[in-house]
Write a protein that binds this ligand. Structure first.
Ligand SMILES: [Fe+2]
Ligand SMILES: [Fe+2]
Length: 232
């Protein structure tokens, strides 16, 4: 399967386009944002666990990145409330479940081979730092080989400089309304901008909170094999 796997294309998926499809596990459904591969895939998805749902024990051969959007996600290592950011490096395994239900952003097979450090950040209690312009604050989540992931909070009526994404950019709008010259994107909008694209983003009266990753399009990541080997 190839869904939004041509990284030269700009993608803007809006919440009204969401279609959750049942996964092979009872009570677990997913909205696919991008996918390359078959059963094993380089994939970015919004995943929902119904209350009491569990997933089979699995090993993250290509690494797994999770942002808990809603509810509480759990595995045998702990409980992760909304706002938790997890990185389960290649080779790790777990058996996840959710007692009350949860919604997750999940990215599979998007680790560099030498990125072996587990990460578990509670963004509800972590420190924020000033951004590059007034009105922006940044909570760094992860950096490896030029791929940077962060939460960025935008105060109302913040205007950011026009900038270039040499390694592409991916955004999930977590709160508010994020805007640029191409459109206005409410909560749960997912944007992927290709390498060497530019834009000049801003917010209106609502402000916004976004998850943002830059530098990963064209980076040497484990799941690239699925893009090259899979039929279009
Ligand atoms: Fe997992
Ligand atoms: Fe940007």
């Amino acid at each position: 399967m190839q869904l939004n796997s041509d990284f030269s294309q700009r993608v803007a998926t809006r919440p009204e386009q969401y279609q959750f499809i049942d996964s092979p596990l009872a009570g677990v459904s997913r909205m696919m944002l991008e996918r390359a591969g078959a059963e094993i895939a380089r994939a970015t998805s919004i995943v929902r666990y119904a209350p009491g749902a569990g997933y089979s024990r699995h090993t993250h051969d290509g690494g797994e990145e999770i942002l808990v959007l809603d509810g509480v996600f759990s595995d045998e290592h702990g409980d992760y409330p909304a706002g938790s950011y997890l990185r389960n490096p290649p080779g790790t395994s777990h058996q996840p479940f959710s007692v009350q239900g949860c919604t997750l952003l999940v990215k599979l097979w998007q680790f560099a081979a030498d990125d072996t450090t587990p990460v578990c950040i509670n963004t509800q209690t972590a420190d924020w730092f000033p951004g590059l312009v007034p009105g922006l604050s940044v909570l760094p989540l992860h950096e490896h080989n030029g791929v940077n992931t962060a939460l960025v909070r935008w105060a109302p009526h913040t205007q950011f400089n026009r900038h270039l994404h040499a390694g592409g950019e991916e955004i999930l709008v977590l709160e508010g309304l994020f805007c640029d010259e191409f459109g206005q994107y409410p909560e749960a909008s997912w944007l992927r901008s290709p390498r060497y694209s530019t834009h000049a983003p801003f917010t209106l009266e609502q402000g916004a909170l976004i998850y943002v990753k830059v530098g990963h399009l064209g980076a040497d990541l484990l799941g690239d094999q699925f893009i090259q080997s899979s039929p279009k």
